[in-house]
Design a protein around this ligand. Structure first.
Ligand code: FPP
Length: 253
């Protein structure tokens, strides 16, 4: 049985918000611009949303920047995204650090150009002791990948005799996921009108509140996020209990 007491008095802000930033390409196409302009505008939206989350004292913001499936895009677009990630990191790491924001990457980074991998590692180590917002950037990430890499680590421990196979539990799997030290997302947002999870944090989203908006990512601003948070706060989270149990405060989570 989980053991945090539910606080029913005042709906709390989400501790962890996870976002699929969809719609950059369509944003550009609507303006008869190349898709690259949409991704550049997407980075500007990222900045605004990071600032707002820090102001709102959200603990973790996770952004799906590049999925394991995004390699299937035209080579030119993949290469543009790599250059954009690099340029953004070069420009923003000091800013994040000054604002006490911890930067963290999840995903299989071994596939990226080595200067980019180096910059990612630098960003993480420079900001590692910051304790305001944690900004998690999922890059070459997939929920299936995360569960596979966790299973591999567990299997390695079993094979080397460090772990007994009877000890496999949800908690143990959780401890080997890339998000092990983070709370699960409370609020999942997908912009751009599609209503699917697209292989993002599959394990971690089990009890997350879902919010879908047609707003294209470059247009998603503080007001739009405030709207999503308002919707989140209006919901009753039950985690398997009945609504009555929650209202009577007779259960622990
Ligand atoms: C989806 O829109 C967006 C992406 C695959 C890339 C998202 C990346 C950024 C916004 C840059 C973020 C950078 C950092 C460093 C966090 P889409 O291209 O699928 O849009 P469409 O559905 O309209 O074609």
């Amino acid at each position: 049985m989980p053991n945090d007491t539910i606080n029913c008095a005042e709906p709390a802000n989400p501790r962890h918000i996870a976002i699929i930033m969809d719609g950059n390409g369509r944003w550009a196409q609507k303006r008869l611009l190349p898709r690259a302009f949409g991704h550049q505008a997407g980075v500007k939206a990222v900045k605004k949303i990071v600032e707002y989350c820090a102001e709102q004292k959200v603990e973790v913001l996770s952004l799906f920047a590049f999925s394991s499936e995004n390699w299937r895009r035209p080579e030119e677009e993949v290469s543009l995204l790599m250059s954009l990630f690099m340029a953004t990191l070069q420009r923003e790491i000091n800013n994040l650090d000054r604002n006490n924001i911890r930067l963290r990457f999840i995903g299989d980074r071994s596939a990226f150009p080595s200067p980019l991998q180096k910059k990612m590692a630098e960003g993480e180590s420079q900001t590692e002791t910051n304790d305001a917002l944690t900004l998690v950037v999922a890059i070459n990430y997939g929920g299936h990948w995360d569960i596979c890499q966790a299973s591999q680590k567990v299997l390695d421990k079993i094979m080397s005799g460090q772990l007994d196979s009877t000890k496999i539990s949800e908690q143990l799997i959780n401890q080997h996921l890339s998000t092990t030290d983070l709370p699960d997302p409370d609020l999942f947002i997908r912009t751009g009108g599609e209503q699917r999870v697209s292989n993002f944090m599959l394990w971690q989203l089990a009890y997350t509140e879902m919010y879908f908006t047609p707003t294209l990512w470059p247009d998603f601003n503080q007001k739009a996020l405030a709207e999503a948070i308002k919707s989140f706060k209006s919901r009753q989270r039950r985690f398997g209990h009945t609504g009555e149990q929650i209202l009577n405060k007779s259960v622990t989570l």
